[in-house]
Design a binder for this molecule. Structure first.
Ligand SMILES: Cc1cc2nc3c(=O)[nH]c(=O)nc-3n(C[C@H](O)[C@H](O)[C@H](O)COP(=O)(O)OP(=O)(O)OC[C@H]3O[C@@H](n4cnc5c(N)ncnc54)[C@H](O)[C@@H]3O)c2cc1C
Length: 410
């Protein structure tokens, strides 16, 4: 049987960060992961450049059953703490839209930093290692006995950092939720999020026809709005606008898209009808939208409302009430997505281990001494833009400090 102070389950962003910080306090740490290498999601993140944090992190950018839960960790290990770590390694990075920080070079650089920190802290990392069972040590002391494909491991503390369910092909499993359930913690319903919407019928046809086109929009659902770009795809709708709003979307909820947030399309059409009544509708719309979009979206809008095609008619021949319907199709298109692309492409999992059962200061399960949960496995989901990695860093760091304190006390 192998004895360690701390056993970390999962070698993603949170697991590596926690292991390095526990090891740095002089404790023995074993990190195990069933995948053939650690940090796979880091490597694929941010289009290969890893959006590792954001200059503007606020608790309201996280979705959780308890919106206060994330506050303590985010304030104790901030975005600037992680930026300091990145700068310690002289890693070049840049800001993209709205404070999002990306590596200049490649996502691997972030993983290298974490691996280097783990190496300095003498963390023992074992990949291709599965976990068969976990139970409380039966002897009087605290701790856990974990059966793994490496053999039996006894650890004073166990940190569950096995992430969410998104991208099963990258090694995602529900182990963390199973462990939580086994020890009596509540697990909140999970859904794929930061995910494209699927479409059907005429909406799918128009998305398909416009596939590859991207437009700046404002998108709203469930009392939340984002101004980001919207991308038509062969399967439906994607792009940052759709991913952001998917965090707030639940089945059967309508989503509203304004394809021209700064301009009132009805004003444009009314003005044109007054000044140039002989112009065709599609030509006027092409003044303010890309031509390809104006044409396809007009056809779709007309078909949606079962109104006759106006392609060949002059503005003067179109009743004002129909102009209003058409304008709304561009400025306030309402759509109820039949679903999302699911865990296959979702960046994260919404829901997870109920934060009411975990301490927001230490990340220890309130009723199970020595058992910690960090990162995405918890019911804390960030916006697109580096927020989810920041949550992994912050929760991992805070758990590591608590583990070190706890060991000092023994
Ligand atoms: C395509 C993509 C791009 C993303 N881009 C960004 C981005 O740019 N910025 C951002 O902030 N967020 C991004 N995210 C989200 C971010 O990657 C996650 O929120 C973050 O990785 C969560 O960290 P974690 O350590 O909790 O979980 P993970 O990083 O998922 O790590 C979990 C680890 O546990 C291991 N594991 C799982 N089950 C078991 C098991 N049964 N036994 C042993 N080991 C197990 C896995 O192999 C994995 O190594 C992206 C996600 C995806 C999928």
């Amino acid at each position: 049987m192998q004895h360690v102070d701390c056993l970390v389950l999962g070698g993603g962003a949170a697991g590596l960060m926690c292991a390095a910080n526990v090891g740095a306090k002089g404790l023995s740490v074993l990190l195990i992961d069933h995948a053939n290498k650690v940090g796979k999601k880091i490597l694929m993140s941010g289009g290969g450049r890893c959006n590792f944090t954001n200059y503007f992190i606020e608790p309201h950018q996280y979705i959780s059953g308890n919106p206060h839960f994330c506050k303590s960790a985010l304030s104790r290990y901030t975005n600037y703490d992680f930026i300091a770590l990145v700068e310690k390694y002289q890693l070049a990075y840049h800001e993209k839209t709205a404070g999002q920080l990306f590596c200049d070079n490649k996502a691997r650089d972030i993983l290298e930093i974490l691996l280097s920190e783990c190496e300095k802290a003498r963390v023992d990392i074992r990949t291709k290692t599965s976990i068969t069972s976990i139970k409380k040590a039966s002897d009087k002391g605290t701790g856990f006995v974990v059966e793994t494909s490496l053999g039996t491991v006894k650890a004073r503390q166990v940190v569950v950092a096995t992430g969410g369910l998104s991208i099963p092909a990258m090694g995602a499993t529900g182990l963390g939720y199973d462990i939580a359930t086994q020890f009596g913690l509540h697990v909140i319903q999970r859904d794929p999020t930061l995910v494209p919407f699927t479409c059907s019928g005429k909406a799918l046809d128009v998305c398909n026809a416009l596939s590859g086109l991207s437009l700046p929009v404002s998108i709203s659902c469930n009392n939340h709005s984002f101004s980001e770009s919207f991308l038509f795809t062969h399967r439906g709708m994607s792009g940052p606008a759709v991913l952001q709003i998917s965090n707030y979307w639940h089945l059967k909820m309508p989503v509203t898209v304004n394809f021209l947030p700064a301009i009132s399309v009805i004003d444009v059409l009314t003005e044109a009808k007054k000044n140039t009544p002989q112009r065709k509708l599609v030509h006027v719309l092409s003044d303010v939208f890309p031509k390809r979009f104006a044409q396809a979206w007009l056809e779709y809008t007309l078909a949606e409302h079962n109104i006759e095609a106006y392609q060949d008619k002059n503005l003067a021949d179109i009743p004002n009430k129909n102009l209003t319907l058409i304008a709304d199709g561009f400025n306030a298109w309402q759509f109820t997505p039949p679903g999302t692309e699911g865990y296959r492409t979702a960046e994260v999992t919404r829901g997870g281990i109920d934060t009411n059962d975990v301490s927001s200061k230490t990340f220890e399960a309130k009723k199970v001494e020595g058992l910690y949960f960090i990162g995405e496995v918890l019911d804390v989901t960030g916006w697109l833009g580096g927020f989810n990695f920041q949550w992994a860093w912050s929760s991992a760091y805070c758990a590591a400090q608590a583990i070190a304190e706890e060991n000092k006390a023994h």
